[in-house]
Structure formats: C-alpha cells, structure tokens
Design a protein around this ligand. Structure first.
Ligand code: PLP
Length: 390
C-alpha cells in the first residue's frame, strides 16, 4: 500500500487552473473531429532559422561541450549578450558581473523570488500578467500586491495609486513591456517614473523584456536599462525564445545591477548546472545575426496582426491593434464574460483563445488571441467568427 503523500502547502495553495474548462472542451472538440485553430498559446510556429540550427549541430559534435557547463553561462555567451545590448539599445554591460545566462527567462523570473523574497515580503505585480511573477512570490511565502492594468491607463500600472504605506513595505516590482497579455508598450517617461519610484521607496525593479524585438511598423521598443539610474535599481530579463523563434531551446538572460544579477547567480549555482554549451554557441550566432534573422519574422507577425485585427473589427469585435508582441487583446462583446466568450469561440467557431481573467482578475472583459498560425488560418478564424452572432 502506498504511503500517505502530502504535498507542500505551496503546491496546494496554487490558484485553481482557470484553463481546465477550456482544456476539457478543447479535447472534446478534437475528439469530435473539429478542425480547431489554436490561438491560445504564445509559441511561434515559425521554425528556428537554419543558421542557428547549424551552429547547434556543429557544437553538439564537440566533446568539450559534453561536460557540465558553467551555471552563469559561457563568457563568450555573456559577451555576446553585452555586445547585443550595446548595439541594440546603447546599453553598456559588464559581461562578467552584469550578465547571467538563464534556462529560459521563465527560470530566472521564478528564481528571483528565491534570491530576494523572504516570508512576508511584499512584491508589486501587474494584473493581468505573466503568472510566474506572482507564483514566484507565493512559492517563497511572500505577499503579492496587484497593480491593475486598465485601458484608461494604457495598460500601464499607476504607481501613484499605490498606498504610500505599501510602497514603503514593497521589496520588488515587476513590469513587462511590450506586454503579455495586453500587447501594450511603454515609453521612456513611464520607465523614468519607475526608476524614480524605486529610488524613493527602495524597491528592486524587474523588467521582463521578452518582446522588445517584436515591434511593428518600424517601432523599436526600448530597454528599461536605457533610462538614467535604471541600473541602480533593477535588472532586465530577456530571452532568445520569442526573438529568434527558439522557445524550445531554453535560453535567456538576466542583465543589469551587479548585486541583483550576482544574487540570482548564487541561487542558480546551487540548483542548476547551466545550459548545454552547444545551445549557447547557437545563441551567440543568433545574437550576432540579430535583425538579419528577426526582420523576416517581424514582417510575418505584422501581416498576421493586420489580418486578425481588421477581420475581428469587421466582425464587430473591438480590439487593440498592438504595436508589438504577437498578442491581440480583444474586448469581450457586451453581456458576456471572458470565459463565456472564449467558450463560445471554441464551441461555435472552433477557435481556441485564452480568457483574459486567466492572467488575473483585471483581465476580465478581454480574451487574448495569438497570431502564431499562418495567415490562411487567420483568415479562416475571422471568417468563422463573422458567422457567429455575439
Ligand atoms: C514567453 C514569455 C517568457 C518566457 O520566455 P522563456 O525565455 O521561453 O522562458 C517570459 N515572459 C513573458 C512575458 C513571456 O511571454
């Protein structure tokens, strides 16, 4: 007979899985043979460019790469990150002290809490958001204070609305622009306000910059570290995943303030042993090629965005036209909740989306569409939606 197994409280206290119902309906529809179009997951469908794959294959055949890598990353990789930041953003980084490799930025984001959050510590987290920010806090016994992102505020957190008492207690703040799930972007004045706020209240700023390379119509989103004083208060999380269509490769980076980067490195050296060096060598090549390989995928996502946005609008559905990211944040038709709209899209149009409240309660009233299928399928999506009466 099996022993009695009791999971840790941190597992039992995880928020209930909001997508379970969508998942169940998705499986049922697939079982009925429905031709589902999945705009639920934020995972580029475009393959990793061949030049990057070739570097991996080359690297995989070198015995020196078959040993344990260094948890902080190859110095050559960290140097390539520093060079890319200099070229792309004009930001200078010391590759030894201010750059750290991550097994995908998700890993680093989750481990930030291990490095900085003690039980009871307060962390400021946007809502809706990429869930890892607040789950990291919860796993470490910290408290999350949620900052609503609303259309009225251009989906930027209103730092002045945070009660001073709480701002004083806060240890860390998460921000993410271009934003998942809203597709919103932030400009220099917003980031400058964040730096000022962080100085005033002694708060660590973590900027998740996963989508800076997915800007459209010539728009180039900035790095938080471009702002004066940013490196005194914070760091930035970046990733090869979305930029180079490398989500499966698991490589990203944390850059910025050397004490913050150093503490995260300390955690990591105790729990992981780094990234396969051949993957790091391929990533160096990706960063070196930069826009040469990013520009074609930017064009593809931009064209798809235009098809989806104009198609939805012609179906009478209101949505933001994002300047960056491969997400479209769609307003739910009057009289429906996010979950009801997503369910009807699935049952009546065979289109899978993510209800906005799955990213936090302030996402209620929205549904997130991705543009990670080809344009023919997106045209099919809007044709199908036009036939449903909402
Ligand atoms: C995809 C995504 C990540 C994680 O990327 P990985 O580097 O693949 O772990 C982090 N933040 C946001 C907002 C994302 O959408």
């Amino acid at each position: 007979m099996a022993i009695s197994i009791r999971k840790a409280k941190r597992i039992n206290e995880l928020p209930s899985y909001l997508f379970a119902e969508i998942d169940r309906r998705k499986r049922a529809a697939l079982a009925r043979g429905v031709d589902l179009i999945d705009l639920g997951v934020g995972d580029p469908d475009i393959p990793t460019p061949p030049k990057i794959v070739e570097k991996l294959m080359e690297g995989a055949s070198k015995p020196v790469n078959h040993r344990y890598p260094n948890s902080a990353g190859l110095l050559e990789f960290r140097q390539a990150v520093a060079d890319w930041y200099k070229r792309r953003f004009g930001v200078k980084l010391d590759p030894v002290k201010e750059v750290l490799s991550l097994i995908g930025s998700k890993e680093g984001i989750a481990n930030m809490a291990v490095a900085f959050v003690d039980p009871g510590d307060l962390v400021l987290v946007p809502n809706p958001c990429y869930p890892v920010y607040h789950i990291g806090t919860s796993f470490c016994g910290g408290r999350n204070y949620f900052l609503p992102l609303t259309k009225e505020n251009d989906f930027l957190p209103d730092l002045n609305a945070i009660p001073v008492e709480l701002a004083r207690q806060a240890k860390m703040l998460w921000i993410n622009y271009p934003n998942n799930p809203t597709g919103a972007v932030a400009e220099k004045d917003f980031f400058a306000g964040v730096v000022e706020f962080a100085h005033r209240h002694n708060i660590i700023v973590c900027h998740d910059a996963a989508y800076t390379e997915m800007g459209f119509d010539g728009y180039r989103p900035m790095s938080f570290l471009e702002v004066d004083g940013a490196k005194e208060v914070g760091m930035e999380f970046h990733s090869l995943s979305k930029t180079f269509n490398m989500t499966g490769w698991r490589i990203g980076m944390a850059v910025g303030n050397h004490e913050l980067v150093g503490a995260l490195a300390q955690v990591k050296s105790n729990v992981d042993s780094g990234i396969f060096q051949a993957v790091q060598e391929a990533a160096i090549e990706a960063l070196r090629l930069g826009d040469e390989i990013v520009e074609p995928s930017r064009k593809i996502f931009q064209e798809r965005r235009d098809i989806l946005v104009s198609g939805l609008r012609s179906a009478g559905i209101e949505c933001e036209k994002p300047r960056a990211t491969f997400y479209v944040w769609v307003s739910v038709p009057k009289g429906l909740t996010s979950a009801q709209f997503a369910t009807r899209l699935l049952d009546e149009a065979g289109v899978v989306t993510t209800p906005g409240n799955g990213f936090g309660e302030a996402g209620e009233g929205y549904v997130r569409f991705t543009v990670c299928v080809d344009k023919k399928r997106l045209e099919e999506v809007t044709d199908r939606i036009r036939q449903v009466r909402f």
